[in-house]
Write a protein that binds this ligand. Sequence first.
Ligand code: ADP
Ligand code: MG
Length: 657
Amino acid sequence: MTDRQPLLELKAVRRSYAQGGGELEVLHGINLKIYPGEMTAIIGPSGSGKSTLMNIIGCLDKPTSGTFEVNGHDTSQLSPDELAALRRDFFGFIFQRYHLLGHLSARENVEVPAIYAGVKQGKRAVRSAELLTQLGLAERIDYKPAHLSGGQQQRVSIARALMNGGQIILADEPTGALDTKSGAEVMKILSELNAQGHTIILVTHDPKIAACARRIIAIEDGAIKSDQPNDPVGIGTADAPQELSSSLVKNIWAKSFGAFYDRFKEAFIMAWRAMLANRMRTLLTMLGIIIGIMAVVSVVALARGASEQIMANISSLGTNTITIYPGERMGDVRSGRVRTLTERDLNALSGQPFADSVSPSVQSSVLLRRGNLEYNGTAQGVSADMFRVYGYVPAQGRLFTAQEVERNAQICVIDHNTAVNFFGTQDPIGQTILVNAVPLAVVGVLEEKDSPFVRPDSLNVYMPYKAAMTRLVKQDYLSSIVVRVADGFATAVAERAIVRLLTARHGRQDFFIQSSDTIMKSISSATLTFTLLISAIAVISLVVGGIGVMNIMLVSVTERTREIGIRMAVGARQSDIMAQFLIEAVMVCLIGGFAGVALTFAVGSLVQYFAPTVVLSFSVLSVLAAVITSSAIGIVFGFMPARSASRLNPIEALARE
Ligand code: ADP
Ligand code: MG
């Protein structure tokens, strides 16, 4: 025997646990060689360190000192993934308490190690059915562990141990939780497996069980007391092994392309099942994301709707006008003192090729009177062109002419509001109203017009600007000049030309201009600011939702610590565990994101049905951003819990109930 290469070799292995500030040594320098094809029983009283030893042999735990070699390879030199590969392809673990995954059927439990080995579903299904049938569970293939007896569960766990080959079967008190009959069956299976060439290591405190083995190692207080060959007798024995394999760590599955994709798909399915298993909790977690996404998408839709509506209003004015005001900007307090905007500027501008028509305006708040009626209103001294500039048309009577402006005619055109207030249903044409103290004859009434620039309840009286300057406001400068840009000229070009012309005339720029273009720009920048602001608030609610996801994932990891331990024991890599939890977090967020978008659309169409004036404009971009944001939240907030799951120590995880 000595010239053969041992399959497993422990050299001076010690294991101690930190306990109450000190160290408690459980294994005191174990030296042990296990050869291929052996069936070894490790026997000892409870607490003697059998499980500790077994966990080290199964690469679930590491020695504190000493070395453990598998096929001559020092396991302390192996990476976590390589250790996972050993557990997956080489060892098959059988636990006293079966350690099956409760939410999976017998077949699915058996397939778990093959999933981590990257085996295609078809192959997996065939082998798992085969193994379960061999172990007498053909009729129980789709049963969940809860519906199986202890003996049946233990047979499922044996099938799982064999799924990837199970060259070495490690059984820690496999009969400990079973009645005598089921225990004997399990022992018979193990003996048969040994006869087929599997190396078996069995831990027990029961001498009758140990008697089935071909070698018995007695352990007491963490040290080997005796190590003897045994002629197997007792409750389930089989013939001597036919063939002693000493192959290296080998994978019975041919490596396949797409194994990575398969593992990903399996991680996805596992995550999906975990979500379904905790529907209520998943739903509540999603709620945070749903609300956040709804907030973002609907706020953006509302803001876009509003700004589109305003833009449409402005362009419905149809005219392309540029207004020149004295002063430096809107609301400049000194603009009243700037008196350089004059009739001569007006004439200069009307000679320009880009000017379709030009109108001055002198504006004054006035008291309008007729008989015993008195209202505050605005008198606007304008030229005949003004009506063309703004596209105003008379509803009754006529507009005034350039000759009347030149003649200082004391006439006026009133707007719809003024007509209604002073004349009711009477015909106002030819009647006189007093503007401050100046009597003006009404020659026309304007059409009622919706405009974003005119307050709907204001009263406006339009009179020839020369008459206004001499009789009403008594000033020789203009309040503003409006230029209607001729067709074929770009507003921006006209703006620049106006600035150049007037700056040259005045010697400096003591005026500012405003066009429908600049108004549109300022409105869109205002709505953008508004949208950004509200979106920021919505994003905060998304972050809060994300923290909710993180919380739930942490709970989920804690709750499923034992599951993680089992998965690691059968060969899951750290990355497999990580992927499973990360995918779960991302899925919760993504589904929440889609639900949020769908709900927003649903609520949006309801709102538009009941309140058609509210304009919602959904943008593909905001929906896309919402979906991307929610998956990002899943990744960011799922990462921490997923990582802490993947870093769990398999033994501690398994010990958790
Ligand atoms: P056996 O399987 O032979 O019953 P174990 O190997 O489970 O014994 O345990 C051996 C000794 O090590 C026991 O005294 C137990 O209390 C101790 N022990 C096992 N695991 C831990 C741990 N994680 N921390 C501290 N002490 C432990
Ligand atoms: Mg034990």
